[in-house]
Design a protein around this ligand. Structure first.
Ligand code: COA
Length: 125
């Protein structure tokens, strides 16, 4: 059974501007060390960061959360397998909340162009 869906669209240029103005503080506030390493290993890191940011927003929407509820952005982490296929792993309080709501698996898809990145998240019981 589907418990929730979420999607989000992020402008890559906005992420590029935040990277320029805030640097590592921006990265470390939003992304896990592994996410940062993955994106920094790519030719255009901002596109991959934007897609991950969209996925974090999308999972908050799928769980019907307000960002102000105090969940950390790093508690929703995108991991990539050797083929580049992404998965979404929940940590800490976010994971506990999802489990309490009966979420047993989380599905994610990412896509990006040079100026837009998108993510879709499906929560399954
Ligand atoms: C996987 C593939 C479809 C991605 O296509 P793309 O248009 O370059 O990718 P997009 O920019 O839309 O999306 C990129 C995201 O796709 C996701 N992705 C990559 N490989 C994936 C896979 N095997 N399965 C699911 N998602 C995948 C990643 O999350 C990636 O973003 P990230 O690197 O930031 O994590 C493509 O690279 C591929 O390998 N296709 C194989 C089939 C093929 O060659 N078709 C061409 C002729 S039809």
């Amino acid at each position: 059974m589907i418990l929730g869906i979420g999607c989000d669209l992020v402008e890559v240029g906005r992420v590029e501007r935040q990277l320029e103005s805030e640097g590592r503080a921006f990265l470390e506030q939003l992304f896990t060390p592994d996410e940062i390493a993955y994106c920094e290993g790519k030719r255009y890191p901002a596109r991959h960061l934007s897609a991950r940011l969209a996925a974090k927003e999308a999972v908050f929407k799928a769980l019907a959360l307000e960002r102000s509820e105090g969940f950390l952005w790093q508690q929703a982490e995108i991991r990539s397998d050797e083929a580049g296929r992404p998965s979404l792993v929940l940590h800490g309080r976010l994971r506990e909340l999802a489990e309490r709501r009966g979420v047993r698996s989380v599905h994610v898809a990412l896509s990006h162009t040079d100026n837009l990145a998108t993510a879709n998240v499906v929560l399954e019981a």
